[in-house]
Ligand binder design. Structure first.
Ligand code: GDP
Ligand code: MN
Length: 380
């Protein structure tokens, strides 16, 4: 789950990291009021789940109420990477001497949190990795011991030559590690971590992604979810109890079981197609899930064909067939549909589908080939 910058800043601040105070506004008037209350120069920042806001014009400096209102007016309603801005953060602006990057992410390969730091901050770390990889230093942390003092100082000395700043930064790295572990994060990032002319080290941006598996036992974190900022299809899927990830292809996939869903996507690609989504309807026998799945997939304008791949075990294929028939009756599905089902109650399932003039295949390769061809034909 992505947090907004202002929420991530609160987590960092609670761990003791120096982050300028700020408040959130959803109108230019409110932004003006906050700016007037803070006094001096402020920074107004779009709150969306996307980086690169600076480049997109979503971060502006302003002085005083009128300027702040104008800046907030320009940012509210704008789009950053396709996401509409409905909230801005208003915070006192810092004077910047240097910008560096500090990040901590879960590395699945080493199964450890890995720190990445770079003195080249303020820009996307992907850009630094591509153009000047030698400027990035990585250290994997052993979860049994946490970030050791010498590791923290070693990383900090890659950012700053002078010892007082490096010591401060080392402390911030330790605190960031605590934020990561204590909140079940899969990513915690400060970009930029800045130095000011008077020698302070401050976090001016914060990004935290919480592992979804953490949310059941952390209602306080779960409450931070902002559904208005998430992809509508993913919100609908979560509410319907479906595991859904939107992708960029045109073959909509409805599959039961995560493993089969992955295999289906692989096969779609193998036959020259591109999956429009990952979707696992789960193991339960509930026709309503199929209805919801179809509604979500058909609302994606990229989808040109729909592929069902159902292996009946606990999932009863006749229930899935009933779900398909119910969905077709409730809303018009204009797209070609290819159904492959086999397993529990398949004879019954085939009978149900044939009753409404649909047919089902038993062979997975054949079904995937057909769906890819139909998607290509309809897309041409
Ligand atoms: P991002 O582009 O989405 O990562 O947004 P950031 O919060 O990182 O802001 C982008 C850039 O705006 C930073 O790298 C800074 O150069 C600048 N910026 C952000 N906050 C301040 C501030 O308080 N003072 C000044 N002078 N610049 C800032
Ligand atoms: Mn940033």
């Amino acid at each position: 789950m992505n947090l907004h910058e202002y929420q991530a800043r609160d987590l960092l601040r609670a761990a003791g990291i120096p982050v300028p105070a700020g408040e959130v506004a959803d109108t230019p008037e409110r932004a003006g009021e906050i700016a007037a209350g803070l006094g001096g120069r402020v920074v107004i920042k779009a709150q969306v789940h996307a980086g690169g806001r600076g480049k997109a014009g979503g971060v502006k400096l302003a002085s005083g109420r009128a300027e702040a209102m104008k800046a907030a007016g320009a940012i509210l309603g704008m789009k950053v990477k396709g996401l509409t801005v409905t909230k801005v953060l208003v915070a006192p602006a810092a004077e910047i001497s240097s910008e560096s990057y500090v990040g901590l992410l879960l590395d699945r390969e080493t199964q450890r949190p890995v720190f990445m730091v770079s003195p080249a901050g303020g820009v996307d770390i992907e850009e630094v990795a591509a153009t000047a990889p030698e400027k990035i230093t990585r250290v994997a942390v052993d979860l049994r011991y946490g970030l050791l003092a010498h590791q923290a100082l070693g990383l900090a000395l890659r950012l700053y030559d002078d010892f007082p700043r490096a010591r401060t930064a080392a402390g911030i790295l330790q605190q960031l590690y605590r934020v990561f572990v204590e909140n079940g994060a899969q990513l915690a990032e400060i970009n930029p971590l800045v130095t000011t002319p008077d020698g302070q080290v401050l976090a001016l941006d914060a990004k935290v992604v919480i592992d979804d598996n953490e949310l059941d036992r952390r209602p306080d974190l779960a409450a931070l979810r902002d559904e208005s900022a998430e992809a509508p299809a993913e919100v609908a899927a979560r509410r319907a109890g479906l595991t859904f990830i939107k992708l960029d292809g045109n073959v909509g996939c409805v599959v039961n079981g995560a493993g089969l869903a992955m295999a289906t996507m692989d096969l779609v690609k193998f036959y020259g197609g591109e999956p429009a989504n990952f979707l696992d309807i789960g193991g339960s026998s509930n026709p309503e899930k199929v209805v919801n799945a179809l509604r979500i997939i058909t609302s994606d304008p990229n989808v040109r064909a729909i592929l069902f791949n159902i292996f009946g075990g606990i999932t009863r294929t006749d229930d899935v067939a009933n779900g398909i028939v119910t969905a077709m009756g409730r809303f018009k599905v204009e797209l070609p549909v290819v159904i492959r089902l086999t397993g529990t109650n398949e004879t019954e399932a085939v009978r149900i589908l044939e009753g409404v003039g649909m047919r089902a295949l038993a062979d997975m390769d054949e079904a995937v080939k057909q769906a890819v061809a139909l998607a290509r034909g309809a897309a041409a």
